[in-house]
Design a protein around this ligand. Structure first.
Ligand code: MV4
Length: 497
C-alpha cells in the first residue's frame, strides 16, 4: 500500500478547498500551489504549506507541470490531486508525474489518452455491447463516402471533432446539399482548436437529455457505478444545474445505464473516479457519448445521495486500497441539486461580470451545502473560470429540494457582481423544470433576459410603493423596518393582486 501523508493540490478556488477538507479529515497534510493573482486566496490560507508557481495566466502557473512537480519535491508531497480543468485530463502530465516517482490521484495515462479522443473512446467501448448513436466509427477521410453514410444514417446529422469535448467543434447538418461545406468548416475548426482535424458523424438526436453516470474503479479491477446525474440544464455547453437522481429514469434504465458505464470504464481498466456521459432520447433510449476522466464539478450531488465522499474514495484508491463496498450495497437516498453560481450577468447574455464581492453571505441551514472559494471583500480574478460557488441542496424528495434551493437562493446575499443566482431561481420556478419535462434546449427555449427583468421591475414597483408608504406615515422609520415592510409586501403580494 502506498504511503500518502502529504498531497499537493494542483488547482485553485472551490475545488482546491474541497479536496483539502477531505485530506484533512484523513490526517493527510496539504500543499497548495498558487499564481501571483491568488496570493490571498482561501485555498492558500487553508493549506498546511503553499508555493507560488508563477504569474496569473494559467499557462504560466496552474498549467506548468514542471513547477508543480518541483513543488512536490520541495515539500515532500507524495501525491498530486489535479481537481478538474487545468492538468486534470492531461495524459502527458500523468506520465511526467509517474516518471518523477509521484502518485497522480486519477486514472492511468493510457485511460486518459483513449478517453481523450471520442473515436478511440467509442472503439474501446465497442468491445462491450454499448449502445451508440449510429454514424461513422472512424475519422472521415473521404467526403463522398461520408456523405453516403450520412444519407444512410438520416439527416439531421452532427459532425463532431474527435479531439473535441464539451460541445466544441460540433456542427449540425440539416440536409445533404449542406454536407460538404459544413464538413470543410468542421475540419478547419477542429484543426485550429485542437491541432487535430479528425471528425466523424453521428445522427443528431434533436431533443436529448444529458445524463451521466459516476463510476469508481480501484487498482484491483473492481468497478462500481454511483448512479446518475441529470445535467440537461446548460447553456452553450456550460452546465448550470445538475441533480441526482434524474426524474425520468426508471429503475430498469438506471440499472442498464449503470452496467454500460461500468463496462465502458472496464474497457480501459479504469482506476479512480470517472464519469460516463450518455444522451437519452424521447423514447428513453440511451447512447454512450464520451467519458470524462476526472472528478467533476457536479460530484457533490452524487455524494449527497450516496453518502460517500468521492475525494476520500479517490485518495483510498490511489493508496491501493480495495473499494470498501460492492455495487449491491449502494443505494440512492433522497434527492440533491446543484446550482453553479457564476460571476456572470444573466441579463446581459451571461457575460462574465468581474469585480469585488462587496457583500458575500452564504445560505445556511438544513440540507444546504455551499462549496466556494471566496470571502466578502475578495476580488474575482479575470484569469480563471468565473464560477464562484456551487450551491447544493439535499432533501427527501425533488419537490423539497427545489423549495430548499429557492429558499437558499433567497438567503444568498451577493453584491458587487452579477451572478447566476437569479437565473437559478427562474429555473426552479419554471413549469418545464418542476414537472421534469425538459431537455438540453431548456435555456434557449424558455429563458431570455426579460424573464428576469419582470422580477426586477416588480422590485422597483415595490420600492416605489414602500416610499409612498413611508411618506404617508410621516414618522421616522428605520431602514430595517423599511425592509420588513417590503418583505411583508412581497410575501403578501399574491393576496393583494
Ligand atoms: C450529441 C447531441 C445530439 N446528437 N450527439 C454536446 C456536448 C458533447 N458532450 C456532446 N453533445 C451533444 N452530442 C448526438 N449524436 C447533442 C449534444 C448536445 C448536448 C449534450 C449534452 C448536454 C448538452 C448538450 C447541448 C447541446 C447538444
Amino acid at each position: 500500500m502506498a504511503n500518502i501523508s502529504k498531497i499537493l493540490i494542483a488547482n485553485r478556488g472551490e475545488i482546491a478547498l474541497r479536496i483539502m477538507r477531505s485530506a484533512k479529515e484523513m490526517n493527510i497534510k496539504t500543499v497548495a500551489v498558487f499564481s501571483e493573482a491568488d496570493r490571498g486566496a482561501l485555498h492558500v490560507r487553508y493549506a498546511d504549506e503553499a508555493i507560488c508557481i508563477g504569474p496569473a495566466p494559467s499557462n504560466q502557473s496552474y498549467l506548468k507541470s514542471d513547477k508543480i512537480i518541483e513543488a512536490c519535491k520541495l515539500t515532500g508531497a507524495q501525491a498530486i490531486h489535479p481537481g478538474y480543468g487545468f492538468l486534470s485530463e492531461n495524459a502527458n502530465f500523468a506520465k511526467e508525474v509517474a516518471a518523477a516517482g509521484l502518485i497522480l490521484i486519477g486514472p492511468t495515462p493510457e485511460a486518459m489518452e483513449i478517453m481523450g479522443n471520442k473515436l478511440s473512446a467509442k472503439a474501446a467501448a465497442l468491445k462491450y455491447n454499448i449502445p451508440m448513436v449510429p454514424g461513422t466509427e472512424e475519422a472521415i477521410t473521404d467526403i463522398n463516402e461520408a456523405k453516403e453514410r450520412a444519407v444512410e444514417v438520416g439527416f439531421p446529422i452532427l459532425i463532431k471533432a474527435a479531439a473535441g469535448g464539451g460541445g466544441k467543434g460540433m456542427r449540425i447538418v440539416e440536409k445533404a446539399t449542406d454536407f460538404e461545406e459544413q464538413m470543410h468548416l468542421a475540419v478547419s475548426e477542429a484543426t485550429s482548436a485542437f491541432g487535430d482535424g479528425s471528425v466523424f458523424i453521428e445522427r443528431y438526436v434533436t431533443s436529448p437529455r444529458h445524463i451521466e453516470i459516476q463510476v469508481l474503479g480501484d487498482t484491483h479491477g473492481n468497478i462500481v457505478h454511483l448512479f446518475e446525474r441529470e445535467c440537461s440544464v446548460q447553456r452553450r455547453h456550460q452546465k448550470v444545474i445538475e441533480e441526482a437522481p434524474s426524474s425520468v429514469l426508471t429503475e430498469e434504465i438506471r440499472q442498464a445505464m449503470g452496467k454500460c458505464a461500468v463496462d465502458v470504464a472496464r474497457s480501459v481498466n479504469y482506476v479512480g473516479a470517472g464519469t460516463v456521459e450518455f444522451i437519452l432520447d424521447e423514447n428513453l433510449d440511451f447512447f454512450f457519448l464520451e467519458m470524462n476522466t476526472r472528478l467533476q464539478v457536479e460530484h457533490p450531488v452524487t455524494e449527497m445521495i450516496t453518502g460517500l465522499d468521492l475525494v476520500k474514495e479517490q485518495i483510498k484508491i490511489a493508496r491501493g486500497e480495495v473499494l470498501s463496498f460492492k455495487q449491491e450495497e449502494l443505494k440512492i437516498s433522497g434527492h440533491a441539486m446543484e446550482l453553479r453560481v457564476y460571476a456572470e450577468d444573466p441579463l446581459n447574455n451571461f457575460l462574465p461580470d468581474i469585480g469585488t464581492l462587496q457583500t458575500y453571505r452564504t445560505p445556511k441551514g438544513n440540507g444546504v451545502r455551499v462549496d466556494d472559494g471566496f470571502e466578502e471583500g475578495m476580488e474575482i480574478p479575470i484569469y480563471y473560470d468565473p464560477m464562484i460557488a456551487k450551491l447544493i441542496t439535499y432533501g427527501a424528495t425533488r419537490e423539497e429540494v427545489i423549495e430548499r434551493m429557492i429558499r437558499a437562493i433567497d438567503e444568498y446575499d451577493i453584491t458587487g457582481i452579477q451572478t447566476t443566482l437569479s437565473f437559478g431561481k427562474f429555473v426552479m420556478q419554471h413549469d418545464a423544470f418542476t414537472s421534469g419535462k425538459f431537455d438540453t434546449h431548456f435555456v434557449s427555449k424558455y429563458f431570455n433576459a426579460d424573464s428576469l427583468k419582470n422580477d426586477s421591475e416588480e422590485e422597483a414597483l415595490l420600492a416605489a410603493l414602500t416610499a409612498v408608504l413611508l411618506l404617508k406615515k410621516e414618522d421616522k422609520i428605520s431602514l430595517a423596518q423599511n425592509n420588513v415592510i417590503a418583505n411583508n409586501w412581497r410575501k403578501n403580494r399574491k393576496k393583494y393582486s
